[in-house]
Design a protein around this ligand. Structure first.
Ligand SMILES: Cc1cc2nc3c(=O)[nH]c(=O)nc-3n(C[C@H](O)[C@H](O)[C@H](O)COP(=O)(O)OP(=O)(O)OC[C@H]3O[C@@H](n4cnc5c(N)ncnc54)[C@H](O)[C@@H]3O)c2cc1C
Length: 372
């Protein structure tokens, strides 16, 4: 089949690799001429590492990122209260979780995308999508036109493909919480993802390599307002003030005004009801199921979408049956991630039941470990 992928994020690149492997003729268009990836680190569960293994990028990840078992949970004072188990989903030889810098993961996937033989057009997007029973005609911003058997919309939370093909679809919703992230040197004593849970603020770190870790801090904010970057360091230091744990205080001192690697991100969510395809246009990833990061699984479910779509196309050999089967397989898992993450976020915002919070975390991690 001749397949066009619109959007070269984690989901789109994974789709290009998986679909090329099944022998399809794949073209990927990415609007950003620099194919950049923003943000600090990203946390990955065992299911994500399993998807990396299937995609063939696990070894590169293990070389450039960090893999470890368990998530240590502490009180703000530093007293350890629990270790969340992270099952070794990718195999007995691979730890149950990990972290990596986003640009590093994006580079690994971009290299694999090019090596797969997919044609990549950067700084390019679609201008129109028109379909009939036998194919999809697409015109591009660089003046080209093409006809495809299938178009995959993987252009993220604010998807233009969704807007064009599903004008009635819901739009992303601000959830009332924001996340701060920063990149700092990794202390020798930090072995795995670690969190300090306060009454309203949650502080966490995750190693992203042998030398570095990333810090994440969730904060309730009723309104989605712009914050001046000059305010980033003082505001973030202020959020850490109530945490007396020595490692948190050490990080607080490192967050200086000229630390350019602080990122502030208000959180949105979106779960589009099925169907996620119309005719020969299929949406995947954040374009249909953008989750808050409470289960660190948004990238995971987007990458899994790519693997499952390629499998179902292989199995059915026809677009309509493959898209139906793809959505039947994906709905429950993606719904679970978006809705459980949303509930965790709500409990944090309202200072709700901590028992329910840890139960949802455990149950969701176990559900994610199931086969896709
Ligand atoms: C604060 C925060 C923290 C997170 N932390 C984690 C985490 O720890 N672990 C985890 O697994 N997930 C995490 N996520 C979720 C994860 O980042 C997303 O689920 C994932 O990046 C989605 O990938 P995607 O490829 O579907 O979309 P995107 O990453 O949004 O990629 C879309 C791509 O399409 C391109 N594009 C956009 N419009 C067009 C267009 N019109 N034409 C062509 N190209 C276009 C964009 O430039 C981009 O390259 C987090 C999210 C947030 C907001």
């Amino acid at each position: 089949m001749k397949i066009l992928i619109i959007g070269g994020g984690f989901s789109g690149m994974s789709a290009a690799i998986a679909l090329r492997r099944s022998g399809h003729d794949v073209e990927l268009v990415e609007i950003d001429a620099g194919w950049r990836s923003y943000g600090a680190g990203i946390s990955l569960g065992g299911a994500t590492l399993r998807a990396f293994r299937t995609l063939g990028i696990l070894d590169e990840f293990l070389k450039h990122g960090n893999a470890s078992d368990g998530v240590d949970i502490h009180l703000p004072t530093g007293q350890k209260i629990a270790t969340l188990p992270t099952p070794r989903v990718a195999g007995p030889d691979v730890p149950g979780g990990g972290g990596v810098m986003r640009p590093v993961l994006a580079r690994i996937l971009a290299d694999a995308t090019r090596a797969s033989g997919a044609q990549v057009q950067l700084g390019c997007t679609f201008e129109s999508i028109e379909q009939d029973a036998d194919g999809v005609d697409v015109s591009f911003s660089d003046g080209r036109r093409g006809r495809y058997d299938l178009v995959v919309g993987a252009d993220g939370l604010h998807s233009k493909v969704r807007e064009c093909v599903f004008p009635e679809a819901p739009v992303p919703r601000y959830v009332g919480q924001a996340v701060w992230r920063a990149v700092l040197p990794r202390p020798a004593e930090l072995h795995t993802a670690t969190m300090w849970v306060g009454p309203r603020i949650k502080v966490g770190v995750n190693p992203v390599s042998r030398e570095e870790m990333y810090l994440f801090v969730t904060e309730d904010r009723a309104l989605n307002e712009r914050i001046e970057p000059a305010q980033f360091a003082p505001l973030l230091r202020g959020l850490l003030a109530g945490f007396s744990a020595p490692l948190v205080q050490q990080m607080r001192e490192q967050l200086t005004d000229d630390n350019a690697r602080i990122v502030y991100r208000p959180l949105d969510a979106l779960l589009m009801p099925l169907p996620w395809h119309r005719g020969r246009v299929q949406l995947i990833g954040d374009a249909v199921h953008a989750t808050t990061p409470h289960l660190a699984s948004g990238a995971c479910i987007g990458i899994e979408d790519a693997l499952v779509l390629a499998e179902e196309l292989q199995r059915h050999g026809n677009v309509a049956a493959a898209c139906e089967a793809f959505e039947t397989r994906r709905w429950e898992r993606c719904r679970m991630v978006v809705e459980n993450s949303g509930r965790l976020c709500e409990i944090e915002i309202t200072g709700g039941d901590k028992e329910e919070h840890s139960r949802i975390m455990r149950e969701s991690l176990m559900a994610l470990a199931q086969a896709i």
